[in-house]
Write a protein that binds this ligand. Structure first.
Ligand SMILES: C[S@@+](CC[C@H](N)C(=O)[O-])C[C@H]1O[C@@H](n2cnc3c(N)ncnc32)[C@H](O)[C@@H]1O
Length: 260
């Protein structure tokens, strides 16, 4: 079978054993873009979770899934490879595992979820198409996947600034590049694989999913005034993409698989 997604070989996850503490500290800051922009947009697209089963794949310390349990989710499960979890209230399950194959995470086999989240974690799947196909099979009938990724333009611009090249050269580059996140832990080197918008969209369709809604969240006017340095970041690098992904009919996916 041809590789349906040239961008599907994921970013390495190993650095997260070291990086997770720095990431959570940065995320908890009052002016973090996750607090100001990303989580409010993710939460809004998720809608009412009362009585629903929710799985957060790449959940970090588990704070978001704990909030969803507080807001009425009937089952609240987080999976993360780092195992750097908060103490959680009864009813919330946090599992150490790899989001590349959620069905293989101990405790998840055979379970179904109304909402499956990949919030800034999907890029670490060893094979993005496979990870999403597995997640799709774990959805209930009316279920959907909420997935966020950094705008690929951001990495392309940063690389162009670093290498003295152009946006297009870096956007369409295919070689992995190393990356240090200044706000998390500069000692930790992440390896990233470039991806384009078409890589992302083709990954979704190869996994039998379609983007029902896509959002590119920005700061409110009030928050932009309070945190002009964050508005400057978004002005330069755009921010993240938030996708609400619905399963295409199974027949559609089977037909596609037969073609390969
Ligand atoms: C950028 S953080 C996002 C955390 C959280 N979803 C949020 O929105 O705040 C990426 C998370 O993915 C986790 N991660 C990386 N590779 C993973 C893998 N293969 N399986 C499960 N989790 C992984 C990291 O440990 C980290 O917690």
């Amino acid at each position: 079978m041809d590789d349906p997604d040239p961008g599907s070989r994921g970013d390495a996850s190993a650095p997260w054993q070291t990086l997770s503490a720095g990431f959570e500290q940065a995320r908890a800051r009052e002016d973090s873009l996750d607090r100001l922009v990303e989580w409010p947009a993710q939460r809004a697209l998720l809608g009412d979770v009362t009585g629903l089963a929710v799985l957060d794949a790449g959940c970090g310390n588990g704070a978001k899934i704990v909030q969803l349990a507080d807001e009425g989710a009937a089952a609240a499960v987080g999976v993360d490879i780092s195992g750097n979890f908060l103490d959680v209230p009864a009813g919330v399950e946090l599992l150490v595992g790899d989001l590349s194959d959620l069905a293989a995470v101990p405790g998840l086999a055979g379970r179904r979820f109304d909402r499956i989240l990949f919030l800034q974690s999907f890029g670490y799947a060893a094979d993005g198409v496979r990870a999403l196909r597995t997640a799709r099979q774990m959805l209930t009938e009316d279920g959907f996947i909420l997935l966020t990724r950094t705008q690929p333009v951001r990495y392309a611009l940063e690389q162009a600034e670093r290498n003295g090249t152009s946006l297009g050269e870096e956007y369409f580059a295919t070689e992995p590049f190393t990356y240090r996140h200044r706000g998390w832990d500069e000692q930790v080197v992440l390896t990233k694989r470039p991806y384009t918008m078409s890589d992302l969209l083709n990954t979704f369709s190869a996994a039998g999913l379609w983007p029902e809604t896509t959002v590119e969240p920005q700061l409110s006017a009030e928050a932009a005034e309070r945190h002009p340095h964050k508005q400057a970041v978004l002005n330069a690098y755009l921010g993240i993409l938030v996708f609400k992904l619905r399963p295409l009919p199974t027949a559609w996916l089977e037909e596609r698989l037969d073609q390969h």
